[in-house]
Design a protein around this ligand. Structure first.
Ligand code: DGL
Length: 259
């Protein structure tokens, strides 16, 4: 079991921001990544559709013997992780918008959160927000259109810049000092975001925290791979593999897969 792969999935190429952190922290682990790009974005789908897509991705990863599943998608985590945990007997790691650290650190008492509609409307997000953001102004913004632009390879476009400017405006007016990235596609926007945000606004991205949690759970369950030979690391897309390669700077083995 220890040599079995870590399974990671996202609605598309965004979860590779999590994959990279996991691979860097656990370099001996075998990994299978699924980019469900054909079904992206998940953010505008119903809870039931998100659950069914998450189930499909999980089934495929389990059929390949994955010992743990990382749901590298805020939308799938906030809408489907409890269901996945009830359905399958493997450990699941998820990612949720990091509202807690932002709420604990803010000096202006205002934080911004950029996420999908599916994440911001989920019960899990509201629970976390109510728990930690008491007395703090949380400016929630749906990042409508961002994921489709990334999935079509237009990360650095003028259109993206205009969208981000539009979404950041109300946050800056509210004097936020923290911006929480609530979608795993968004870390790829950090270079552009830093040009649009004043220096005082800090960006919170929880990729590394997810990788640390994955390591902690594998270690606790004695599932770490003791083998130090070169691991098998493969990333599959059921959409455009070129977009996956571009986001990975052609550094990893990828392929098209109909899953
Ligand atoms: N990466 C997904 C997330 O973290 C994007 C969701 C979508 O496909 O809309 O929420």
């Amino acid at each position: 079991m220890n040599e079995n792969p870590i399974g990671i999935f996202d609605s598309g190429v965004g979860g590779t921001s999590i994959f990279k952190e996991i691979h860097a922290l656990l370099p001996h682990e075998n990994i299978i990544y699924l980019a469900d790009s054909i079904n992206a974005p998940y953010g505008n789908k119903s809870e039931e559709d998100i659950k069914n897509l998450s189930l499909k991705n999980t089934e495929y990863l389990l059929s390949k013997g994955c010992k743990i599943i990382v749901v590298a998608c805020n939308t799938a985590t906030t809408n489907a992780i409890s269901y996945l945990r009830e359905t399958y007997n493997v450990p699941f790691i998820g990612i949720e918008p990091a509202i807690k650290p932002a709420a604990l650190s803010t000096k202006t008492n205002a934080v911004g959160i950029l996420a999908t509609k599916g994440t911001l409307s989920s019960q899990l997000f509201h629970k976390t927000s109510d728990l930690y953001a008491n007395g703090i102004k949380v400016v929630e913004q749906v990042g409508e259109g961002i994921v489709p632009l990334i999935e079509s390879g237009q990360l650095d476009s003028e259109e993206m810049k205009d969208l981000l400017q539009l979404y950041l405006d109300p946050m800056l007016k509210a004097n936020i000092d923290y911006l929480v990235l609530g979608c795993t596609h968004y870390p790829y926007l950090i270079p552009m975001l830093t040009t649009l945000l004043p220096k005082e606004v800090k960006i919170i991205d929880s990729g590394l925290a997810v990788a640390k949690q994955t390591k902690a759970i594998l270690s606790e369950q004695r599932l770490l791979n003791p083998n130090v030979k070169k691991p098998s690391v493969k990333l599959f897309s059921n959409g455009n593999v070129e977009v996956l390669n571009a986001i990975l700077e052609n550094k990893f083995e990828t392929a098209y897969l109909d899953f």
